[in-house]
Write a protein that binds this ligand. Structure first.
Ligand SMILES: NC(=O)c1ccc[n+]([C@@H]2O[C@H](COP(=O)([O-])OP(=O)(O)OC[C@H]3O[C@@H](n4cnc5c(N)ncnc54)[C@H](OP(=O)(O)O)[C@@H]3O)[C@@H](O)[C@H]2O)c1
Length: 305
C-alpha cells in the first residue's frame, strides 16, 4: 500500500510517496481504507523536527493524525465495528507511531467513531483532531450559558469548531479574526466580531480560548476569569487572578462519536479548503504554514490513481 513518508526531519519536499507493507489489525484494532486524512499544524511541527523530543519512532515516519474511511478488516476481539462501516478516527501520531497519510491504517477501535451521515466521507476527515481539540478545550473552560467567551483564531480549524460548540451551549461568543474573516465568523454563529487591526478592548470576556497563539489576548479577560490556550509556544502568563491552563488534544472515540452526531444535526459544519493526493502532502505543509488557509486541507489517496 502507498503512504506519504518522511525519511528525515527537514523541508516539506522530503515528503514522498512510498510503497509500504500492508498493516495488519492487531487485537482490538480495525483496518481502515483511508478515504481522506487531514493536514494539521502538528504535522508541520513533526516534519520540521521541532517536535522531535516527543517522537519515539524510527524513520521513515508516516505523518497525519486523523482520518475518515471504511473498515476493511477486524483484529481479534474487535466488536465495536464491522467490515464496511464508515468511520472517523484520531491517532496521536507522535505517541502511537500510527500516521494516517496512507491508503490503509490499522488502529485501536477505541480511537474511532461512526462517520457522520449526510456528509461526504472524505469531508468527515476534517473533524477528528480539530473537533476533539475544540471540544476538550471548551470542557476545560466549562463556560456557563450566557457567559462571554473570547475565541481567537475563530475561523481556524479549531477556532471555528469552538465557536459553533460554544454557541450551541448558549455561550455568548466574542470572536477575534482577521478583518477579511468577519462575514465567515458571523456565519459560524459568533455574536461579536473583533479584528486584529484594532486594539482588543480590556476586560470584556469572562473567559478566553486562544487558538491563534496570542498571549496578549488575556487582557480581554475580566479579573478572576479563565483562559485556556492550545498553543504551547505562546501561553499567556497568569495575571489579575485569571486561571490560565493549557489544553492538549487526546484521542477519544466516544467524544468523537458525539461530535459526529453534531455534524449530522448541522451544529458543526465541516469546512474544506482543498484536497490533494498522497503526493501533494509537502505542498499542503507550505500552504498551511503560509497562513490564510480557510478550511481543512485533505489528503485523499484516491486522487493519486
Ligand atoms: N494543544 C493541542 O492539542 C492543539 C491541537 C490542535 C492545534 N493546536 C495548535 O493550535 C493552533 C491552531 O490550530 P488550527 O488547526 O486551528 O490552525 P488554523 O486552522 O491555521 O487556525 C489558526 C487561525 O488563527 C488565525 N490567526 C493567527 N493570528 C491571528 C491574529 N493575530 N488575529 C486573528 N486571527 C489570527 C489564523 O489566521 P491566518 O491563517 O490568517 O494566519 C487562522 O485562521 C496551532 O498553533 C496548532 O499547532 C494545538
Amino acid at each position: 500500500m502507498r503512504a506519504t513518508v518522511l525519511p528525515k526531519y527537514g523541508d516539506p519536499e522530503l515528503l514522498t510517496v512510498a510503497e509500504l507493507a500492508m498493516p495488519s489489525p492487531g487485537p482490538g484494532q480495525i483496518l481502515v481504507r483511508t478515504a481522506a486524512s487531514a493536514v494539521n499544524p502538528v504535522d508541520i511541527e513533526v516534519r520540521s523536527g521541532r517536535a522531535a523530543a516527543n517522537v519515539n519512532q524510527p524513520f521513515p515516519l508516516v505523518l497525519g493524525w486523523d482520518l475518515a474511511g471504511t473498515v476493511v478488516d477486524l483484529g481479534e476481539g474487535t466488536d465495536r465495528f464491522a467490515v464496511g462501516d464508515r468511520v472517523v478516527a484520531m491517532s496521536a501520531q507522535m505517541a502511537t507511531g500510527v500516521g494516517t497519510h496512507a491508503e490503509y491504517v490499522a488502529l485501536d477501535s477505541a480511537l474511532a467513531a461512526p462517520a457522520p451521515d449526510g456528509v461526504e466521507l472524505t469531508h468527515a476527515a476534517a473533524l477528528p483532531l480539530a473537533g476533539l481539540t475544540a471540544d476538550q478545550a471548551l470542557e476545560l473552560l466549562a463556560p456557563e450559558p450566557g457567559s462571554t467567551l473570547l475565541i481567537t483564531g475563530a475561523v481556524g480549524a479549531v477556532g471555528g469548531f469552538a465557536v459553533q460548540l460554544a454557541v450551541a451551549r448558549g455561550v455568548t461568543v466574542l470572536a477575534l479574526v482577521r478583518p477579511s474573516d468577519t462575514v465567515a465568523v458571523r456565519a459560524l454563529g459568533a455574536h461579536t466580531v473583533l479584528t486584529d487591526d484594532e486594539p482588543l478592548p480590556a476586560g470584556i470576556a469572562d473567559a478566553l480560548l486562544d487558538t491563534a497563539g496570542l498571549p496578549g489576548a488575556i487582557a480581554a479577560v475580566k479579573d478572576g476569569g479563565q483562559a485556556v490556550s492550545i498553543v504551547p509556544t505562546a501561553a499567556p502568563g497568569p495575571e489579575r487572578g485569571i486561571t490560565v491552563r493549557m489544553s492538549f488534544v487526546e484521542q477519544d472515540g466516544e467524544r468523537l462519536d458525539r461530535l459526529g452526531r453534531l455534524v449530522e444535526k448541522g451544529v458543526l459544519t465541516l469546512r474544506i479548503a482543498d484536497s490533494v493526493g498522497l503526493s501533494g502532502v509537502g505542498a499542503t505543509h507550505r500552504r498551511l504554514a503560509a497562513g490564510g488557509t480557510r478550511g481543512k486541507l485533505l489528503v485523499v489517496p484516491a486522487l493519486d490513481d
